[in-house]
Design a protein. Structure first.
Length: 399
């Protein structure tokens, strides 16, 4: 069942705001306060070098009640430089879904509907190859990508694909010739049997710091699967590079966590904790801290209802119009989430196992954001989705 829509949290009370103003008035540099206002959505001139299109947290966003309420109001959040666009790459992409970076900095991008892999070097995209046996339909097609942690030795690129029978994970080789050109090998099937449907296919894959492959799946419109630890739908899976259940998995099979509706993003913080983004139904998009064997509630609950036996989300967006969070990256203690329906970049400060108040940037400026990826040089790439042609934005982020 769906949980009733939660109300938004609005930060500190009036006395806290008055205290914040007194503190700000005593600062030796007024510019510091103006930077603070620009980062949190309070009216004020943008800091030098920041993007003036940054937008603050709308009323629809709320920190889940499982996490302590954010202690900073719009006038007292930590001072930092907001993300700013450095470059826009007009790559002429067709519904891109995911990207990874080769060791030399070349980006490889998947296109959901064409099943093509595009290689981006020096600001230009070329076709690396087409992944065979992909059957694009609805939200399915060529989806997530993951680079082997031993790529220099095995040249392996993993892809999550929709076929006529199922969703599956395949492994391909990417070889560089003497002339510097890249060639794509034929896929080798690694893991099969993930349920498919027109929607709720999941699709994000990523290698964790433990060297195992994590796979986010959807319930494939069969809600009951999400609560069944023997089913693959509505789960995060944990696999060896060859597709076997990873040692130590909590249920003795491939399943790492359950009770998910449609996992869309996976990322690890600096302490090695796994976080994931997930689509809600018409309420309660989520940012979750993933624990082995934990149950995240779908379809019985959504968000953070404090129900025994279920793990609360750390951040809940009660209105899916504000988010629909897809790709996820974590850098410098901040989670960066691309929003599809919300058409913005969300940032969420992380402190240990807690998450703070979300702040939005670029609202409505670039359309749907499908993926957010950190490049080897520390910049952040955002892939738009549905512009046709789509493009990539390179962001400068706080270090």
């Amino acid at each position: 069942m769906r949980r009733p829509q939660a109300s938004a949290l609005h930060g500190a009370d009036g006395s806290s705001r008055r205290k914040a103003r007194r503190i700000a008035a005593g600062l030796p540099c007024l510019a510091l306060f103006l930077v603070l206002a620009a980062c949190t959505g309070t009216p004020g001139p943008p800091a030098p070098g920041t993007n003036p299109a940054a937008a603050g947290t709308p009323p629809g966003a709320a920190v889940a009640s499982s996490a302590p309420p954010a202690t900073e109001s719009a006038g007292t959040a930590p001072v930092h430089a907001p993300p700013a666009v450095q470059e826009r790459l007009e790559l002429q992409l067709d519904t891109p879904w995911a990207a990874v970076f080769l060791p030399d900095g070349t980006a490889v991008i998947s296109e959901r509907g064409t099943a093509l892999l595009k290689a981006v070097r020096d600001g230009a995209a070329t076709t690396l190859g087409k992944v065979p046996d992909v059957a694009p339909a609805g939200e399915g097609g060529l989806l997530g990508l993951a680079l082997s942690p031993h790529f220099e030795a095995d040249h392996s690129l993993y892809a999550y694909t929709t076929t006529r029978e199922d969703n599956r994970v395949v492994r391909l080789t990417v070889e560089r010739g003497a002339d510097g050109s890249l060639t794509l090998g034929r896929p080798q099937t690694v893991f099969t049997g993930i349920p498919k449907a027109g929607t709720h296919n999941g699709g994000r894959i990523r290698f964790g710091p433990d060297g195992f492959l994590y796979v986010g799946t959807g319930d494939a419109q069969r809600r009951e699967q999400a609560q069944d630890p023997a089913a693959l739908g509505g789960k995060i899976l944990r696999l060896t590079p060859d597709g076997a259940p990873a040692p130590g998995n909590p249920f003795g099979n491939a399943v790492y966590s359950l009770g998910h509706r449609n996992v869309q993003g996976l990322a690890w913080d600096e302490a090695g904790r796994l976080w994931a983004t997930e689509f809600g139904p018409d309420v309660d998009d989520e940012l979750n801290l993933i624990l082995p064997g934990a149950n995240y509630g779908w379809p019985d609950v959504t968000g953070a209802p404090h129900r025994a036996g279920f793990e609360d989300a750390k951040v809940v967006w009660p209105s899916t119009r504000e988010s629909s969070p897809s790709g996820l990256e974590i850098s410098g203690g901040t989670a960066y989430l691309g929003a599809l329906r919300g058409e913005r970049l969300w940032t969420v400060p992380l402190k240990g196992t807690d998450a703070g108040q979300p702040v939005a940037y670029f609202t409505g400026q670039y359309g749907r954001i499908r993926d957010v990826i950190r490049a080897p040089n520390g910049s952040l790439w955002m892939l738009t989705n549905g512009k046709n042609p789509d493009f990539a934005l390179i962001l400068r982020i706080p270090q």
